[in-house]
Each structure stands twice: as structure tokens, then as C-alpha cells.
Ligand binder design. Structure first.
Ligand code: 13P
Length: 277
């Protein structure tokens, strides 16, 4: 019998990456807050916004208490506060208002040499600090061409969980973001490729964290035009957006497309369940 996703919220979030002044971040937060208060955020969705570290606290404050919208950090250092110039700790981003923290994005892995070991240390530190880790994994174009997509993804997810030991996350998210799909030069993965990538992630999570509430998301050139098609995939538990959600109206438009797809999907699920009885 198929598992229905009707009770879990569908995650939809954006990383602002290295963009936005305080004024721009504040305007975005105000617009999102107004939309949430006016019930223009579909109830099936849980939104998240990951501002740059410089605007995180301001966004948290300007959003106020909007239970449906989480604020998070794009990165944090996996050690306690102290003499580490230029870094911020997990505790510091939590203090600034983060409920979640992104770890291991492709841009950090390629531009800044972030390794699987560092990712694992960050995941453990995030869980210790009470943050929800959002771990990014994905293969390069060359790895895909070699046919090693599933093994690369599985290896990255397995490695990311390697520092947890006895730590039990309350919730943990993994975003499958193939490198070739991200950014202005990228192209969104086809639904079948998304399904393959998410299945590889899901398998490791189910094997290694069977008792943890986990979610698997797709990211890479998601926009208003392709969001519904991607969100309609049964294995897709969320979408992670960059450029297309750098305006609040962009995020909200994608939110509505996702909500329609998720509603249609639950109707299909229920129909299949009824047929199976
Ligand atoms: P784009 O949507 O701009 O391709 O970025 C995706 C991403 O990297 C989200 O983390």
C-alpha cells in the first residue's frame, strides 16, 4: 500500500545565498509575514527562508511569530564558540533565530572545499545545538555520466550521518541537489532523475535513521514553471529553491503551484489506497 504524505507538511524553502542588504531582507520578511497573516500561505506547506548570516536576526525579528515559516542559517561552524576567526557557531545562529541550518551545499563543497568529514561534524554539531540539519547532496555532471549517481548520493548521505554516534536528531532533512542543476548555468533535473536521486537518499535515511522524522527535498533550478511537476512526484517531500524565490512574491507563487500539486497527489494516493482495500 502506498504511503500517503497527507499528514506531513511539504517543505518549500529558499536560500538567499550571498544576496540582500538589511533593507531588502526586511522588506522580504514583511511581505512574507503579511502573506502568512492573511492566510495566503497554503496550509499544506512549511516554508523556510535561509538568509545570509548578516540578515538572519533581522529577518527573524521582522517575521515575528509565524509558525508556518522557519528561518535558518546557510552555514555554521561545528565547534563551540571561541577563537575561530570569521566563523559563527551553531549556538550563535540559533541565538540569532535559526531553527535549521543548511550544511554541505554544492557551492560550499566546490568553491570552499567543504568535505564529507566537515559536513558530518556540522550535522552532529547542529543536532547538539537543537537545530534541524538540512544536508545537501548531489552528484557532478561527470559522476552522472559515469553512472555513479546513486552511489555518490548514498555515500554522501552516509558520510553526513557519520558523526552522529548516539545523538538522535528530532528531525533531519536532506536536499538532493545535483551540481549540474544548480544556478544560472544549470537545468532542472527531470522528474525521473529526481525520483532516482531521492530514492538513493531515502534508502540510506531509512536504513540508518529509521526512528527519526526525516524529509527529502529536491533543489536545482526550481521555478514557478516547473514546481508543480516536481512537487507532484510521490517521493518528493519538499523543494529547495534559489534564484526563483529571491523575492517573496516568487516564493509565494511557487508555494501555490506546489500546494496544488500536493493536493492532487493526496487525492491520487487516497484513490490508490481505496483500490487496494
Ligand atoms: P537555484 O534554484 O538558483 O538553481 O539554486 C538552487 C540551490 O542551490 C538551492 O540550494
Amino acid at each position: 500500500m502506498p504511503t500517503t504524505t497527507t499528514t506531513s507538511p511539504f517543505w518549500l524553502g529558499t536560500s538567499w545565498k550571498m544576496t540582500k542588504t538589511l533593507a531588502q531582507a526586511g522588506d522580504y520578511a514583511d511581505e512574507l509575514r503579511s502573506a502568512a497573516l492573511a492566510e495566503r500561505v497554503p496550509p499544506e506547506l512549511r516554508l523556510f527562508v535561509l538568509p545570509a548570516t548578516t540578515t538572519l536576526a533581522a529577518v527573524r525579528e521582522r517575521l515575528g511569530v509565524v509558525p508556518q515559516v522557519f528561518v535558518g542559517a546557510q552555514n555554521a561552524y561545528p565547534g563551540p564558540e571561541g577563537a575561530v576567526t570569521g566563523e559563527v557557531s551553531m549556538g550563535m545562529v540559533r541565538d540569532a533565530g535559526a531553527r535549521m541550518v543548511e550544511i554541505g551545499h554544492a557551492e560550499r563543497r566546490t568553491l570552499l572545499g567543504e568535505t564529507d568529514e566537515l559536513v558530518a561534524a556540522k550535522v552532529a554539531a547542529a543536532v547538539s545545538a537543537g537545530l534541524i540539519p538540512l544536508v545537501c547532496v548531489g552528484e557532478t555532471a561527470a559522476e552522472r555520466e559515469r553512472g555513479s549517481t546513486a552511489s555518490v548520493i548514498a555515500g554522501q548521505v552516509h558520510a553526513a550521518l557519520g558523526g552522529l554516534g548516539r545523538l538522535a536528531p528530532v528531525e533531519l532533512l536532506v536536499a538532493y541537489e545535483p551540481h549540474w542543476a544548480i544556478g544560472a548555468q544549470g537545468r532542472a533535473a527531470a522528474p525521473d532523475d529526481v525520483a532516482e536521486g531521492l530514492a538513493a537518499v531515502r534508502q540510506v535515511l531509512d536504513d540508518e535513521l529509521p526512528d527519526v522524522h526525516t524529509g527529502v527535498l529536491y533543489g536545482g533550478s526550481v521555478d514557478a514553471g516547473n514546481a508543480a511537476g516536481l512537487a507532484g512526484g510521490l517521493a518528493v517531500e519538499g523543494l529547495f529553491v534559489g534564484r526563483a524565490a529571491w523575492t517573496a512574491s516568487g516564493l509565494l507563487e511557487i508555494a501555490h503551484r506546489c500546494a496544488d500539486a500536493v493536493r492532487a497527489r493526496s487525492t491520487t494516493d487516497q484513490a490508490i489506497v481505496r483500490k487496494d482495500r
